[in-house]
Design a protein around this ligand. Structure first.
Ligand code: FMN
Length: 156
């Protein structure tokens, strides 16, 4: 029997994931840019946007996009041997993207002002030591700060 009820197809909800990890190898700036370019091309196909920060041997990445895409993407990235100790700091629904102009904006934070690199490295040390619930506000302020530094030319 066919249903006469209208089929409700809610628009896919949006989610973001923020994780921290340790690089398992050294990364030259070129290697980092290559990694981000490949990620960006893949993300474009999944309607995923975000930010990748790297400094002091640590990555901090934001992934935002349709909910069904995010958890499997984090799992795939977590299996990548180029980094280790991946810890998800936040996985939550998202009313609005923060990085809509970047399929994967990237900043090699160690090449920015020393004060910015020091801020990032201090926060990553704290985040590795603390439970994620305590880190939300610090992460959000860090992301706001680095979002303002993303080159508009990186928009994909
Ligand atoms: C720090 C880091 C960030 C990454 N970010 C992404 C990303 O945003 N999107 C993506 O598709 N792959 C990303 N990758 C690459 C994936 O881990 C993986 O190599 C790639 O998606 C290909 O997956 P496959 O070999 O299972 O096909 C990232 C890898 C690393 C080390």
């Amino acid at each position: 029997m066919t249903s006469r009820m209208p089929s409700h197809r809610p628009a896919a909800t949006m989610q973001h994931a923020i994780y921290l990890s340790r690089a398992a190898q050294s990364f030259t700036n070129d290697q980092l840019q290559d990694l981000a370019a490949a990620a960006s091309a893949r993300n474009a196909g999944m309607d995923v946007t975000g930010l990748l920060l790297f400094s002091g041997g640590n990555f901090l990445q934001v992934l935002e996009g349709p909910s069904p895409a995010i958890a499997p993407l984090v799992e795939r990235i977590a299996r990548d041997a180029r980094h280790t100790d991946l810890r998800v700091l936040r996985m939550a629904s998202l009313p609005k993207r923060t990085f809509s102009a970047w399929h994967m904006g990237v900043l090699n934070v160690s090449e920015l002002r020393p004060v910015d690199a020091a801020h990032f490295e201090m926060l990553t040390r704290i985040l590795f030591a603390k439970s994620p619930e305590h880190s939300d506000r610090a992460v959000r302020s860090l992301l706001r700060r680095f979002r303002a530094m993303l080159p508009a030319a990186a928009a994909a």
